[in-house]
Design a protein around this ligand. Structure first.
Ligand code: NAD
Length: 381
């Protein structure tokens, strides 16, 4: 069978779902690989690099979709791409079926099978296919780099002949995959890092990365926002008040605030309010990684950098992984390759869509003309 990746059509998207390296691995699984001309350019992979890796360069997206049995891409398909799908073809991409009901119906109507990389169950066996985590890890790292780029001082403290420089103070709100990556990056640059999460189990991880866990003066401690399955639940009003009071206390002292707080299936909770931004020092920076879902900060504008009246920069970019397109394409294409390994049990270039397999079933959102989202809960944890 043939697997191919088109050039992403979403404005500004620089990632690509197949790299020359991942193509070599896919060929070992028995597949013939195709790439649309120029698809890897923005991520640093030339057509020649693909040719050297044995990939056939196809002139345009229409030809690629026509020839490929399996299409692997990054962003959810756009209408023109959906129209090129057909029964017997498989699409693998981010899809967000819960937020894209119409797209899901359009995909179903084509008869193609669709595997959503954002629906891969978060169980140990599937970690190598967990593209949400690999992209969140990059976003967390890049958030700190972006903060540094907009912050007029060092992260690390220094004693120099020209004077003593205090270390920057960084607060990370939400310590999931992106938050932990941000903590690791900020501490490695020498900042004094604080972190808060509603899930108490992350306190140890935060501390092991050299950051200080921010505790609240609350009877149930952080327990309140913790829910089953490793994800957060909305906090009670009392808990929220304690949390906001703590943030208000910290605001004047923090140079950089990185917010990543999300609750599955909901808008981002507002946690860094306008008065907290107003209390920060001029030159401070807020990076809001929850911008795509409405933002954790009152002042966030998605995809924009705004500067508050008191000189605080608030960044709501939603394309952090794409800003590191070589790295994110390498990791994402590896996630795809692992998915293909599970879909190709005999390594003979023949895709077997085994709906009895928890991971494949969980990620499949349309199958043989039916919508198969949401999936049943996984059998194995
Ligand atoms: P996420 O991006 O959905 O959310 C980010 C963080 O925000 C979470 O840690 C959440 O607890 C926190 N948060 C929510 N509301 C908050 C509030 N009001 N104040 C402060 N923080 C708040 O999270 P994620 O990175 O996708 O990870 C979520 C969970 O999934 C974690 O338990 C993680 O360990 C787990 N996970 C498991 C696997 C695996 O087993 N394969 C892989 C990735 C993640």
């Amino acid at each position: 069978m043939k697997i191919g990746s088109p050039k992403e059509t979403f404005a500004g998207e620089a990632r690509v779902a197949m790299t020359p390296d991942s193509a070599l691995q896919l060929q070992k699984l028995g597949y013939e690989c195709l790439i649309e001309a120029g698809a890897g350019k923005a991520a640093g992979f030339s057509d020649d690099a693909y040719r050297t890796a044995g990939v056939t360069v196809v002139e345009n997206s229409a030809a690629l979709f026509a020839q490929a049995d399996v299409v692997a891409k990054v962003r959810p398909p756009e209408t023109a791409e959906i129209e090129r799908l057909a029964s017997g073809k498989t699409l693998i991409s981010f899809f967000y079926p819960g937020q894209n009901k119409e797209l899901l119906e359009q995909a179903r109507a084509t008869g193609a099978n669709v595997i959503a990389m954002d629906m891969v169950p978060r169980i140990s066996r599937a970690q190598k296919m967990d593209a949400l985590s690999s992209m969140a890890n990059i976003a967390g790292y890049r958030a700190v780099i972006e903060a540094g780029n907009n912050f007029g001082r060092f992260f690390t403290g220094q004693v120099t002949a020209a004077g003593k420089v205090p270390p920057a103070k960084v607060l990370v709100i939400g310590a999931g995959v992106a938050g932990l990556a941000a903590i690791g990056t900020a501490t490695s640059l020498g900042a004094i890092t604080y972190a808060f999460d509603v899930r108490p189990e992350v306190a140890e991880q935060i501390e092991s990365m050299g950051a200080e866990f921010v505790y609240l003066d609350f009877a149930d401690q952080q327990q309140d926002g913790a829910a089953t399955g490793g994800y957060a639940a909305p906090s009670s009003p009392e808990f929220r008040e304690k949390q906001l009071a703590k943030f208000r206390e910290l605001a004047p002292d923090m140079d950089i605030v990185i917010t990543t707080a999300l609750i599955p299936g909901r808008d981002a909770p507002k946690l860094w309010l306008a008065d907290m931004v107003a209390a920060m020092k001029p030159g401070s920076v807020v990076i809001d990684l929850a911008a795509e879902r409405g933002g954790n900060c009152d002042l966030t504008v998605a995809d924009q950098k705004v500067v508050s009246d008191n000189g605080v920069t608030v960044i709501g970019y939603t394309d952090f992984p794409s800003r590191m397109a070589t790295q994110s394409s390498t990791l994402y294409s590896t996630n795809i390759r692992h998915m293909m390994t599970d879909l190709t049990p005999a390594k003979d270039g023949v895709l077997v869509h085994n709906m009895e397999d928890d991971v494949i079933r969980g990620a499949t959102v349309t199958y043989q003309g039916e919508i198969t989202f949401p999936p049943p809960p996984p059998k194995v944890q």
